[in-house]
Design a protein around this ligand. Structure first.
Ligand code: ADP
Length: 436
């Protein structure tokens, strides 16, 4: 056990480049300095491709950095880290070995006596709840049970630092939630020798739920944007105001960092404080609602509205919410009423409507962020995949493809940005003047 406060693991000014088969070099990590100390849980949070796994592999000695220093307990790392072990996202189990044998593989290189191996494997099985499954093969197990084997194999070596590379992301939501809480309780209740945990995630809630320190990484090349301290006591309640405030703060950090100054300067002052998803509603449906509202002298009850537009109540609320998000209507108590902007929009001709719509889009943080990303990109365009990844980080509960389609539909209407379905590329619409 590490009694003084020397970091268990330390990276100083790490850079990592990979050579591609074409001979080209890609820089994956730049100037990474990070220390992992005894007693902490550290999250590496970032979009996929930001180098999180590479960073973890360098820290544990699985691969070497291109430049920079890797230390274990203050000394240069001699190959693998002597007191760290890794849990992988896809379990990495040997299909031809039983659960027992897979766990015992973790001890292979320690060359322990057989009875010590048996004792340690039994303890690990016990700690992760695999009793009765020792003789099963991986293919007979659910994803959650497979990952229990992955965790048992990592803890059987009695590491001080447990590293986990997106350990719960291949599991369904409920299984992930259970296993996450169990791993936390292993650490909190000192049921294992592990004093520190380092884990990779792209899920903000997972980071806030588990970690004491959250390292936010940006991509191209991967670098540390900020390290946040999270002192909320365990157990953390995901719906508590403090938890939600922390999530908001990280959203802000991630989104603000990708809004370039030029965009920030031209956007209206009343941009939403927090990023919000869009209701999955088309501009046509929003326009339809405004027209009905106009027929009703600018005010209608939500139930009546549902009848008029022939949709169920939930869908009607979504349309009203979409119009409200754009500040075209207000929705006091089950009523929908016009705002001045909504009235003006409806009274405008096609061209003016588009200009007004665009202006309203730019009061939504989502559009400010995405326009900012496009503006920053070399050719004012970005692959759909990159946007989907960002959306998945910021809105883990949303159907990001539906959100993407909705976002593009609105942006096309407001001629803010367009989408080329053949190349799957989103591009900034530079042909239009911004509304003054
Ligand atoms: P993350 O874990 O954040 O998704 P990774 O560390 O897996 O990111 O990868 C970061 C980048 O490095 C990706 O673009 C990936 O394709 C690239 N990369 C990772 N390993 C290699 C490798 N061995 N050779 C070439 N490129 C690699």
């Amino acid at each position: 056990m590490n009694t003084n406060n020397t970091p268990i693991a330390e990276l100083n000014n790490i850079c990592k480049q990979f050579r591609l088969p074409t001979g080209a070099e890609i820089k994956v990590l730049e100037n990474i300095s990070l220390q992992i100390r005894s007693g902490e849980i550290v999250a590496l949070l970032g979009p996929s491709g930001s180098g999180k796994s590479t960073l973890m592999r360098i820290l544990t000695g699985l691969i070497a950095p291109t430049t920079g220093e890797v230390l274990a307990y203050g000394k240069p790392l001699p190959g693998f880290h002597p007191r760290a072990s890794i849990v992988f996202q896809n379990f990495a189990l040997y299909p031809w070995l039983t659960v027992y044998e897979n766990i015992a593989m973790g001890l292979e290189w320690l060359k322990l006596p057989d009875d010590e191996v048996r004792k340690r494997v039994r303890q690990a099985v016990d700690k992760v709840g695999l009793e009765g499954f020792e003789e099963a093969y991986p293919k007979e197990l659910s994803g959650g049970m497979k990952q229990r084997v992955g965790i048992a194999r990592a803890i059987v070596v009695q590491p001080e630092l447990l590293c986990m590379d997106e350990p719960f992301s291949a599991l369904d939501v409920l299984t992930a939630e259970n296993l996450r809480a169990e791993v936390l309780s292993l650490w909190l209740d000192h049921k294992v020798e592990i004093t520190s945990v380092l884990f990779v995630t792209h899920d903000i809630r997972e980071a806030v739920f588990l970690a004491n320190r959250i390292v936010v990484l940006g991509s191209n090349p991967g670098s540390i944007r900020i390290i946040l301290q999270n002192d909320m006591p365990h157990p953390r309640e995901m719906r508590s105001p403090a938890f939600l405030a922390m999530i908001d703060r990280i959203h802000d950090i991630i989104t603000n960092a990708i809004i370039p100054d030029e965009i920030a300067a031209v956007t209206p002052t009343a941009v939403q404080r927090h990023i919000e998803p869009l209701p999955y509603v088309s501009p046509g449906e929003i326009l339809g609602l405004l027209e009905i509202l106009d027929d009703q002298n600018g005010s209608i009850d939500m139930f009546e509205l549902a009848q008029k537009i022939g949709k169920d109540f939930g869908s009607t609320i979504s349309v009203a919410k979409a119009a409200e998000l754009l500040d075209f209507v207000d929705t006091p108590k089950h009523n929908v009423i016009f705002t001045d902007i909504g009235k003006k929009f409806l009274a405008s001709d096609m061209n003016e409507r588009k200009i007004l719509f665009k202006r309203q889009l730019l009061s939504l943080r989502l559009y400010v962020v995405i326009s900012g990303m496009l503006q920053k990109s070399a050719r004012l365009n970005l692959d759909e995949e990159i946007i989907l990844e960002q959306l998945a980080i910021v809105f883990p509960d949303e159907d990001v493809e539906k959100l993407f389609d909705t976002m593009v539909g609105w942006a096309r209407y407001g001629e803010l940005f367009g989408y080329n379905a053949d190349d799957k590329v989103l591009y900034l619409d530079t042909g239009q003047e911004t509304a003054g």
